[in-house]
Design a protein around this ligand. Structure first.
Ligand SMILES: O=CC(=O)O
Length: 315
């Protein structure tokens, strides 16, 4: 056993994280001997709750390699004076790029077209087949105008889109800089051709897009989720897609994740599902590893984290 500080981690971690930890901390598997563990390093799962913190009383810091902390009981950590760190800022561009890729792919039926082009039915070009919906000039509704939402809105300007947004509070900076217009959720759903979800998962956002909300969307509109699966009621979405009550959906996140193989939504042609790739680029994952290991080392040294998560914002 080394003398390095022992940190509980969901192993294996990436090569970047392994490199950044070398000679600084010893990563201990979640199911292994947790004796003397002084830190917790997570990336989305498993859950860090009060029971785990009680079982590991020497923990000085929880560092999350990602921005969403819905798997961490931040209030329980705060009650035990354990700071929680995350990686905001470094992944906004990559996640907004993916949201836009999904938006265009949903509108233009890209994945369906790929399957068709590989299949036996594609004999010759037919001008009447596989017509989609335009991205340029359309109306985009951004649900959650935070750091990632702003980057989505910024890209939409290049496509000549009208940008609506809703948020817990007005984001006047985004209104001025990005020409985004605040709208209540119901209004945004009724007017948008693309609804992009970029909210954190909290008690307020869990299930916020359910049957009633989907019913407000235009039959020609698409729903894009790069937030967390549980923001959307997946049974209601399955029904809306099956009944063609909306054009399409593109989901980078699902609830549960992954979906069971026999989930009915997986049989539908008008849904695209990607395996939680929002921040999955070489460049962004490197920056996330750096920020999260910086947070970890600062916490272990008893210093303020680069990016501490505030408990109230995630209640
Ligand atoms: O989903 C990824 C993250 O929250 O960073």
């Amino acid at each position: 056993m080394s003398n390095l500080p022992r940190v509980l981690a969901d192993l294996p971690v990436s090569a970047d994280v392994t490199e950044l930890c070398a000679g600084r901390v010893e990563l201990v598997p979640w199911t292994g001997n947790t004796h003397g563990v002084v830190g917790i390093y997570t990336y989305g799962h498993p859950t860090v709750d009060a029971a785990l913190l009680d079982a590991l009383p020497a923990v000085q810091v929880i560092s999350n390699n990602g921005v969403g902390v819905d798997h961490i009981d931040v209030a329980a950590a705060a009650a035990r004076n354990v700071p929680v760190g995350n990686t905001p800022g470094v992944l906004n561009g990559a996640t907004a790029d993916l949201a836009f890729a999904l938006l265009l792919a949903a509108g233009r039926r890209l994945v369906e077209g790929d399957r068709y082009a590989r299949g036996p039915d594609f004999h010759r070009f037919d001008p009447s087949f596989m017509l989609g919906r335009e991205g340029h000039g359309s109306t985009l509704g951004v649900v959650g105008m935070g750091r990632i939402g702003e980057q989505v809105a910024k890209r939409a300007r290049g496509f000549g889109m009208t940008v609506l947004y809703c948020n817990r509070r007005r984001n006047e900076a985004a209104e001025v800089a990005l020409g985004a217009t605040f709208a209540p959720l119901d209004d945004l759903l009724e007017r948008s051709d693309y609804v992009v979800l970029t909210v954190p998962l909290t008690a307020q956002t869990r299930g916020m897009i359910g049957r009633a909300e989907l019913a407000r969307m235009k039959p020609t509109a698409s729903l894009i989720n790069v937030a967390r699966g549980a923001v959307v009621d997946v049974a209601a979405l399955t029904d809306a897609l099956r009944g063609r009550r909306i054009h399409a959906a593109a989901l980078d996140v699902t609830d549960p994740e992954p979906l069971p193989r026999d989930h009915p939504i997986l049989a539908l042609p008008n849904v695209i599902i990607t395996p939680h790739l929002g921040s999955a680029t070489v460049e962004t994952r490197r920056r996330m590893a750096e920020v999260s290991i910086d947070n970890l080392m600062l916490g272990l040294a008893g210093k303020a984290l680069l990016h501490p998560v505030q408990p109230l914002a995630h209640g």
